[in-house]
Design a protein around this ligand. Sequence first.
Ligand code: SF4
Length: 166
Amino acid sequence: MEIAERVPEVLRNNVMITTIDGLFRWARSNSLWPFSSGLACCAIEMMCAAAARFDLARFGYEVFRTSPRQADLFIVAGTLTWKMAPPLKRLYEQMPEPKYVIAMGSCANAGGPFADAYSVVPGVDKIIPVDVYVPGCPPRPEALIEGMLKLREKIRHPQVAEKAIK
Ligand code: SF4
């Protein structure tokens, strides 16, 4: 018998049944704490996304942190150089689990207009794992918010995300 079926008929419209895992995923997906890290021009759009006009607070994502130890979402906004790659990796490693990464903009996704430059990393995923890629040069704040909502779905339904990747 399904667990939901064990709830008496009279209570079914008032009671929700889930697992502890599901409850944690739901809570986590509604309260991401981004780590504010801007590497280049995309960072301006990231800052705009956090401003009052776009009201990130309605999703529970407005608590931007300046320390990786207090954050679970690393938004890499801008051009990553090979010189900056080791500090970026160290910051990622300082974040507690579970943690997520959004690559914001063409540079973070694949090097952007500087992909052939000797000094530029052709994609943040060469250094740390990326969960969501937001395209654009630069992406508008709405695009970043869309990326955060995609991440929300990925956190809530990890099985679906795994299948989509395969
Ligand atoms: S993607 Fe475009 S806007 Fe963003 S950091 Fe690169 S060059 Fe600048």
